[in-house]
Write a protein that binds this ligand. Structure first.
Ligand code: NHR
Ligand code: GAR
Length: 218
């Protein structure tokens, strides 16, 4: 007789390198992990993140958006594919396609995104370049519940890094990315431990609404 596996089933959506996926795979390997990665989906073929999944023995699929007529058709197929893994949580980890309201609604309250800025600053793309152009002293990353409003869902937690005098886009991106690898597994653990909830457009943690994002990771 085998023991039942009550770890949260997590599906990770990627478009590229998958270093955040790797951080989740590594954390899920620790004996006390409350979650496991049960599937990976990429909208781009041949990316490094797919190799990471394979090396870890996690099933992966490619759903290339160029094969679809429009966003709604792509998202319908994507929702069906994601559902086939029976996830308790969907994580966007470097996923680069804007999702339709219908997709977001289907996974409401059980989908999070990691975004490379201190939201609500710098929504959208090229966040590191824009942070440097704006001359901010601090930058970072946020994990938020995904809503139909792009990068506008309630923020769960953030990590901050300093912007240093000689930073260029790549150096700053690398400093943020290293911290993302701590932030994202932490938030997924909290969700798996049922400490996090999206209720009335707010984040609830341990049964209380948050006033603002939590700070990670001391
Ligand atoms: N979808 C919804 N509805 N809501 C969010 O909050 C989402 C989302 C889909 C992705 C990630 C996001 C980020 O963290 C994300 C959040 C892609 C774009 C984009 O402009 C913008 C934001 C994010 C992801 N994508 C282009 C598009 O036309 C394609 C860009 C490309 O392929 O390089 O979809 O930053
Ligand atoms: C990460 O910095 C993530 O926050 C960002 O892309 C990188 C993906 O790296 N996401 C976005 O910009 C979403 N538009 P990874 O593939 O190595 O995890």
């Amino acid at each position: 007789m085998s023991a039942t596996d009550d770890r949260l089933r997590v599906v990770v959506l990627i478009s590229g390198g998958g270093t955040n996926l790797q951080a989740l795979l590594d954390r899920a390997d620790s004996p006390a992990s409350p979650f496991r990665v049960c599937g990976v989906v990429s909208n781009r073929p041949g990316v490094r993140g797919l190799e990471r999944a394979e090396r870890h023995g996690v099933p992966s699929r490619v759903l290339d958006h160029v094969d679809f007529e429009d966003r709604a058709t792509f998202d319908t197929a994507l929702a069906e594919l994601v559902d086939s893994f029976d996830p308790g949580l969907v994580v966007l980890a470097g996923f680069m396609r804007i999702l339709t309201a219908g997709f977001v609604e289907h996974f409401a309250g059980r989908m999070v995104n990691i975004h490379p800025s201190l939201l609500p600053e710098f929504q959208g793309l090229h966040t590191h370049r824009r942070a440097l152009e704006a001359g901010v002293g601090e930058h970072g990353a946020s994990v938020h519940f995904v809503t139909a409003e792009l990068d506008g869902g309630p923020v769960i937690a953030q990590v901050r890094v300093p912007v240093l005098a000689n930073d260029d886009e790549d150096v700053l991106a690398a400093r943020v990315l290293a911290e993302e690898h701590r932030l994202l597994p932490q938030v997924v653990c909290w969700f798996a431990e049922q400490r996090l909830e999206l209720r009335d457009d707010r984040v609830w943690f341990d049964g209380k609404p948050l006033d603002g994002p939590m700070r990670c990771c001391d």
